[in-house]
Design a protein around this ligand. Structure first.
Ligand code: NAD
Length: 251
């Protein structure tokens, strides 16, 4: 994996799934990491095991994001990389989605991305930096049961591409990661599926991607994240990078 010596990194959603994976991996590559999350118990455990610093916060609350950013910049002495992995991925047929659930998905996935990106901007404006927001195949291909989720990730894409363009002049790169990786969110989504949906999903996966199933954190996901956070990716911006074994070949 690429070395990240001296990189100052903030990870949102760092107490579970891909955010946790990055939080645990990047310090071993030489980065200094602060990770954000809601779960204090998981945060304390990951902090003790990884050497990264935990900040409790709620990404859907602008004041909480601003406070977490100020504290992170103080701890790190600045920031070079924002890995914005916090998100929720509920599963529900479109006709049963409530306005409350729709609002919550947007509050976390879209507003949260907006708050974090705006909060990190002043700290990257002078010396450049890298923002990695999380998209999804659901924003590009039809994903039954994920109309609200897919819509939120579509919003993340348009927002990210536009700021990638506007912030090029500051040497701030903004890219989107569209993963298919086995995490707690994926396992929860499986639990929300009916037995018929689950059987259809597994049959699809068998044909759709390399290895016939969701990717592995260590082998398939973390090497990409290390590269995207490194200077080797300095000429890549405004892109959706799929790490999904070939599920999504259009965008
Ligand atoms: N797992 C996949 O294959 C997959 C596919 C497509 C997109 N994604 C996206 O990747 C990102 C990471 O997903 P994951 O699979 O690791 O999920 P996960 O559920 O394991 O982790 C998501 C994290 O976000 C945190 N979070 C949620 N709401 C929050 C809030 N209000 N404030 C602070 N933190 C909050 C959770 O506590 C959790 O730590 C998400 O944005 C998800 O939509 C995942």
């Amino acid at each position: 994996m690429e070395r990240l010596d001296g990189k100052r990194v903030i990870v949102t959603g760092g107490t579970s799934g891909m955010g946790e994976g990055v939080t645990r991996a990047f310090p071993k590559l030489g980065a200094k990491v602060v990770f954000w999350g809601r779960n204090e118990t998981a945060g304390a455990k990951i902090q003790a095991e990884s050497g990264a610093t935990f900040i409790k916060m709620d990404i859907s609350d602008e004041d909480s994001v601003k406070a977490a950013m100020a504290k992170s910049v103080e701890i790190l002495g600045g920031v070079d990389v924002l890995v914005n992995a916090a998100g929720i991925g509920p599963h529900c047929p479109a006709e049963d989605i409530t306005s409350e659930s729709f609002r919550q998905v947007f509050a976390i996935n879209v507003n949260g991305t907006f708050y974090c990106n705006e909060a990190v901007f002043p700290h990257m404006k002078e010396h450049g930096g890298t923002i990695l927001n999380f998209s999804s195949a659901s924003a590009f291909i039809n994903s039954p049961g994920q109309a609200h989720y897919g819509a939120s990730k579509g919003a993340v894409n348009v927002w990210s591409r536009t700021i990638a363009h506007e912030w090029k002049k500051y040497n701030i790169r903004v890219n989107m990661i569209a993963p298919c990786i086995k995490t707690p969110m994926y396992m929860q989504m499986r639990q929300m599926m009916t037995p018929e949906q689950l059987a259809a999903h597994d049959a699809d996966m068998a044909n759709l991607c390399i290895g016939g199933q969701m990717g592995d954190m260590e082998k398939d996901f973390l090497p990409l994240m290390a590269f995207m956070a490194s200077d080797g990716a300095h000429f890549i911006t405004g892109q959706t990078i799929s790490v999904d074994g070939g599920i999504m070949m259009v965008r």
